[in-house]
Design a protein around this ligand. Structure first.
Ligand SMILES: *Cc1c(COP(=O)(O)O)cnc(C)c1O
Length: 355
């Protein structure tokens, strides 16, 4: 079924961006490639992909296709923050820890404020209290809130949790951005309509992830607050995020969004993470750090197991911020990949017990 299963090597748990292009996106790209079409997004593929996003969200949103998540997030922050403003987010968020200051840069110096919260999630009371000590004119005025769905540690905000956070944001006069690099994984885990965890709950703009979901490259910035999108095309162009051969970015989106491919891809990642968690629970001394609700499993290995697995050739990354290791599944992760990894871990644990 998977186009790369025939290679015969196991897939790693390093990241979902280590996967290739899913077959449906590849096929759509191949089709668009045979065409000769107008540039800079004035083509029929881009129109179709935008309309599919409007259908999926059941609203008349403004859509922009970009190359990656960092730029998408940063340009959204810049939309809502003047240089003297601040954006609130979780302290583990990509915006705060993984973008080399791009939000601050594109927003002309505005401040990114990372807040605490269990399991990678913000809580309304923490958000509400967070600005109390800001000394008015002497501290950047907070103008935006950024949520990540699914979160950086593989947990998920329930629809009512998104709603409550957006309500607090409204009371504080903040616009709300959602980093949805793994938005599809949240939708399938919640089995909800995409609108329920976005505009219906109060989200103003969503960065909808395509890369980790099965594209070669590409995210979609989806403005539900359409007024805020007014000059976003200029921001994209200035930031080098306007593809001249746009159809080669947008056509794969069509392949991904038709026939629920994006949801099935996410379902695969989520299911494999669940399988991985269950398998690893049999390894003595291994701790699962967060509820496994999306496509990642964060673990603390018993001493020596990480080295043993790496020696066997497995690739995965440590996350010092949570004193653990992330095992990430994707659309291309197979049951066999998980079984092999778990078997290697269990074998190591068995050898430890009876040397
Ligand atoms: C991967 C990821 C992004 C996007 O990263 P890029 O490498 O810039 O595409 C954004 N947010 C989160 C939570 C991510 O995991």
């Amino acid at each position: 079924m998977n186009s790369n299963q025939s290679i015969g090597k196991p897939r790693h748990f390093g990241s979902d961006n280590q996967a290739g292009i899913c077959p449906e996106a590849w096929e759509a790209l191949e089709k668009a490639n045979r065409d000769h079409a107008v540039s800079y997004g004035d083509d029929s593929y881009t129109a179709e992909a935008s309309n599919l996003i409007r259908d999926i969200f059941e609203t008349d949103c403004e859509v922009f296709f970009t190359f990656n998540g960092t730029a998408s997030n940063a340009l959204c922050v810049a939309t809502f923050c003047q240089s003297y403003n601040a954006v609130l987010c979780h302290q583990l968020s990509h915006v705060a820890t993984d973008e080399c200051g791009a939000p601050e840069f594109f927003a002309g110096g505005s401040k990114v404020i990372g807040l605490e919260g269990r399991n990678g999630k913000l809580k309304p009371d923490i958000v509400a209290r967070s600005t109390a000590h800001h000394r008015q004119l002497h501290f950047p005025r907070t103008s935006a809130l950024s949520l990540t769905q699914a979160t950086e540690v593989g947990t998920i905000y329930q629809p009512n949790e998104v709603k409550e956070l957006c309500q607090v944001a409204r009371e504080m006069n903040l616009k709300v951005h959602m980093d949805g690099a793994r938005f599809a994984n949240a939708v399938v885990a919640l089995d909800c309509h995409p609108r329920e965890i976005t505009w219906e709950a109060g989200i103003d703009v969503l960065c909808l992830g395509g890369t980790k979901n099965g594209l070669a490259v590409g995210e979609a910035v989806v403005f539900f607050d359409t007024k805020a999108a007014a000059e976003f095309d200029y921001r994209c162009k200035q930031a080098g995020q306007l593809a001249s051969k746009m159809r080669l970015i947008s056509a794969p989106w069509v392949g991904l969004l038709q026939n629920d491919v994006w949801l099935n891809n996410a379902r695969q990642g989520n299911a494999r993470a669940r399988q991985l968690e269950e398998g690893l629970r049999a390894v003595a001394g291994l701790i699962i750090l967060f509820p496994v609700e999306a496509s990642s499993v964060f673990v603390r290995f018993p001493e020596g197991l990480d080295t043993a697995l790496r020696d066997k050739g497995w690739i995965f990354y440590d996350f010092p911020d949570v004193d653990g290791t992330r095992l990430m599944c994707g659309w291309d992760t197979t049951e066999d990949d998980v079984n092999q990894f778990v078997a290697d871990a269990i074998e190591w644990a068995g050898m430890k017990k009876s040397p």
